[in-house]
Design a protein around this ligand. Structure first.
Ligand SMILES: [Zn+2]
Length: 217
């Protein structure tokens, strides 16, 4: 099969549009290197690209994406850990000032876990990966009177909090956070309305980023 036409067309559009407008910035970034101040941990989901949601320019966001925006706990066990490697690079080399965990509505990974369904695909990896969000179920609390959609939203947000808690298990990072040199934040993107919620550190509630939106789940 040939290289996807969608990508060729997209690249042509990028080259004549954004690249043309930002050529100087790209050259400068190539010469001086990147110095992003913000790292984003997001989901692989094709609807929740952090660069698109935050309208970011090249060089502004250091992004790692995985199924269900999970930060696994610190585990120096000699195995290869992709998220931990990205974190280490962001914190130790780039010296980012903010780490944002970006969850989202209608997350297939969270739903599969919540419904105790078969993993998203038959295979060797997803089931084990999703078990990392087990502590989020505790954080989400009982289903109670919540509708399935409301419970899923609560679980998706608890999963963000679980990733924030796991960030604190990284010794070097937790020291920087305690000293106020790095801040960690939770955020949640509602896909349909395009609404962004940000976790209020004091209350633990996810509230609209612009403070005016009626969006609630
Ligand atoms: Zn997702």
């Amino acid at each position: 099969m040939p290289f996807p036409e969608l990508l060729i067309d997209g690249y042509r559009s990028f080259r004549s549009g954004r690249l043309a407008r930002e050529q100087d910035r790209y050259r400068e970034l190539a010469e001086r290197g990147q110095k992003p101040e913000i790292m984003v941990v997001g989901c692989c989901d094709s609807r929740v690209s952090p660069e698109v949601i935050f309208d970011a320019r090249p060089g502004e966001l250091f992004v790692v994406r995985n199924v269900a925006n999970i930060v696994p706990p610190y585990a120096p066990d000699g195995q290869a850990h992709g998220v931990s490697a990205a974190l280490e690079f962001a914190v130790a080399a780039l010296k980012v000032k903010h780490i944002v965990v970006l969850g989202h509505a209608h997350c297939g990974g969270v739903r599969a876990f919540a419904e105790d369904a078969e993993p998203l695909s038959p295979g060797d990896f997803i089931g084990k990966w999703m078990r990392l969000m087990a502590p989020a179920v505790e954080k989400a609390g009982p289903v109670g009177a919540l509708s399935p959609a409301q419970y899923l939203a609560r679980l998706e947000q608890a999963n963000v909090v679980n990733s924030l808690d796991n960030l604190m298990t990284f010794p070097r990072l937790s020291k920087l956070i305690e000293r106020g040199q790095v801040a960690i934040h939770g955020a949640y993107f509602g896909v349909a309305a395009g609404e962004l919620l940000i976790r209020d550190e004091r209350t633990g509630e996810f509230v609209p980023a612009d403070g005016t939106s009626p969006f609630k789940r």
